[in-house]
Every structure is written in structure tokens, then in C-alpha cells.
Design a protein around this ligand. Structure first.
Ligand code: AHR
Length: 313
């Protein structure tokens, strides 16, 4: 990882560099660490950038403070990953009035799209649909197929984050077409291992017959595995509980390989080069696409080896 001072108050040099202020929402997950490293590597000195990087530690107020600081320092561009979708209008209006282009990274904002120049991130709703589509296929030919009830619990991420909202919506869209899929519970577990374990322990005490766990990121999945093992049950291929995870980090893909996690729906954190490309185009006076989806796949035991060798995060 690159050692960048986590502050919005670094002194900006006078050289001919493109100054970018980044407000990262936190460091809650392996995915987030990879996302921060990706932006730090792309917007580095060697590529002509001076990067101001601030970790908001899961607080929207810290993100707003960092963005305001970037505005007052008159940076050339602002990049931020919004922790939640709502509440950005005022600060983004301030950036617009200061004529500073804003690039939204990773998650979405609910405000007027004219308040930002471009967005780079994942189609979270499609990720949720992909999870449900995989389950549809997996259940075919099993005892559940249209006959017995499939008992599902969901470990949700951060409340009101678009990753949580999209994955929940996409999965529910397809789930409701299956009368025998029953979502027993769906609770926020903040995208962290500790909360994943805690919420999973609660589910295991409350429900005796959980068939499927949908865990909206790999960190929570690791917590869920600990809780399930402690309850004397197994997960994955041939196990008691089918485990669906999101992100596709290296350590989780190792568990897909060994059959502990059934499927991992990829969420691509490597967004730095996309953002670098957008800024470079803007610098050259070219137009940019407003919405930029990153490439993502679905990994099971069948295809996981194709990615494991190259996985850097
Ligand atoms: O917004 C992307 C999500 O946020 C990732 O799935 C998760 O791991 C992260 O914390």
C-alpha cells in the first residue's frame, strides 16, 4: 500500500501537477482497502497528480468536511465514495459554484446529477440479481425446487448505502417470483466481520432451519462462517447452509475454491484507472460518459481458478 497522509489539509505544491482531493468513506472491508490502493496508485506523482486523501471513518459529516476543505484549497478535482445516498446536495452545490468537477466513486448519490461530472462504480442491483439467478440454478433438481420452502437470511451492509440498497433490491426482485423462497430476516451488519458474526449468531439462535445465507460482502461472510461453525453446522458445497457472498476478494475466492463459499458475486474495487482516464480526458477538453460501470463477474468452484492467480487484493 502507498503511504498517503490521511488528511484533507496537506500543503498543495506549486508544481504543475493535477491536484485531486479524495474523500474515502472508511476502511471497513478488504474491498475498501483495495479501492483506496487503486485510487492512490492511479493518481500518483509519477502520473502527474498531487493527491489529497482523507479517510472519513464511516461518517458522512467527515466526508462533507473533507470536501469543503478541498473546495477551500481550490483543488482541480474532487473524488468521493458516498457512504450513503442522501444528503449531498448542499456540499456538491458548493463545489459546483466553485467550478470544481466532482467524480463520484463506488456508490451512488440520490441528488440532481448535474451536481457531479461523472460516476464510476458497480451495478449493485444487477449484482443482487446475479446472486438470485445463481440460486435459481443451484436449486434446480434439488428438493427445494418449487416444492419445499427455501429459508433465506440476509446479512445487509451499511444502512442506506447504495451497495446495500441495490443488492437487496436486485435479489428481492427475483426472490418474489419464487413462492417457495422465504426471506426469514434481513438485518444490517455494516460490511464488517464482527457485525457479520454477531448478526449471524442471532439468526442461528432464532431460526433452526436456515438453508441459505446471502451475505452482502466477503468480510461479513467470514464472520458468518465463524458463527455457523460455532453452531456445529457447515457451509458451502454439500454443507448444511448455502453461502452466497459479494466482492470476490482473494481470501474469499480461496474459500470458493475449497467449497466453503458456494458463490461470490464480484464487486470490482479497481476503479482508480477509470477515474484517471476520466480526469485525463477532462484535462484534454474531451467529453466523458456520465455513468461508468466497472466490469464484474460471478465466481463459483467451476471458474474460480481463472481469476485466483491474478487476484491482487
Ligand atoms: O460499496 C462497495 C461495498 O462497500 C463493498 O461490497 C464492501 O465490501 C464495501 O465495504
Amino acid at each position: 500500500t502507498i503511504d498517503i497522509q490521511s488528511t484533507a489539509e496537506q500543503e498543495i505544491p506549486s508544481q504543475n501537477q493535477i491536484v485531486v482531493g479524495v474523500s474515502q468513506l472508511g476502511s471497513e472491508s478488504m474491498w475498501r482497502t483495495a479501492n483506496s490502493a487503486s485510487i492512490q496508485q492511479a493518481l500518483c506523482k509519477e502520473n502527474g497528480y498531487f493527491l489529497l486523501f482523507n479517510n472519513a471513518r464511516q461518517k458522512q459529516e467527515n466526508q462533507i468536511k473533507a470536501i469543503r476543505s478541498y473546495i477551500s484549497q481550490r483543488v482541480d478535482y474532487i473524488v468521493f465514495s458516498p457512504i450513503v445516498e442522501d444528503g449531498w446536495e448542499t456540499v456538491l452545490q458548493e463545489a459546483k459554484e466553485a467550478d470544481i468537477p466532482v467524480i463520484v466513486m463506488d456508490r451512488n448519490v440520490s441528488c440532481d446529477p448535474s451536481l457531479y461530472t461523472a460516476w464510476v462504480g458497480s451495478d449493485f442491483t444487477e449484482e443482487g440479481r446475479n446472486a438470485a439467478r445463481w440460486l435459481e440454478e443451484d436449486l434446480k433438481g434439488k428438493k427445494f425446487d418449487q416444492k419445499e420452502t427455501v429459508h433465506i437470511v440476509v446479512l445487509r451492509g451499511t444502512s442506506n448505502a447504495s451497495a446495500t440498497l441495490g443488492r437487496t433490491k436486485g435479489f428481492a426482485e427475483i426472490a418474489k417470483t419464487h413462492p417457495n423462497w422465504e426471506i426469514l430476516d434481513s438485518d444490517d451488519a455494516d460490511f464488517t466481520t464482527a457485525k457479520g458474526r454477531e448478526v449471524m449468531e442471532k439468526y442461528l439462535q432464532k431460526y433452526k432451519d436456515i438453508d441459505v445465507v446471502v451475505s452482502q460482502n466477503d468480510d461479513m461472510t467470514f464472520g458468518a462462517i465463524e458463527a455457523i461453525r460455532a453452531a456445529g453446522k457447515t457451509t458451502g458445497t454439500g454443507g448444511d447452509i448455502t453461502l452466497i457472498s459479494f466482492d470476490g476478494t482473494r481470501s474469499a475466492l480461496e474459500k470458493v475454491k475449497s467449497g466453503v463459499i458456494n458463490v461470490d458475486i464480484e464487486c470490482n474495487p479497481l476503479q482508480g484507472t477509470y477515474i484517471q482516464e476520466i480526469i485525463n480526458r477532462l484535462e484534454d477538453g474531451e467529453s466523458v460518459d456520465k455513468i461508468n460501470y466497472v466490469e464484474e463477474k460471478v465466481y463459483t468452484q467451476k471458474n474460480v481458478l481463472s481469476v485466483l492467480g491474478d487476484r491482487v487484493y
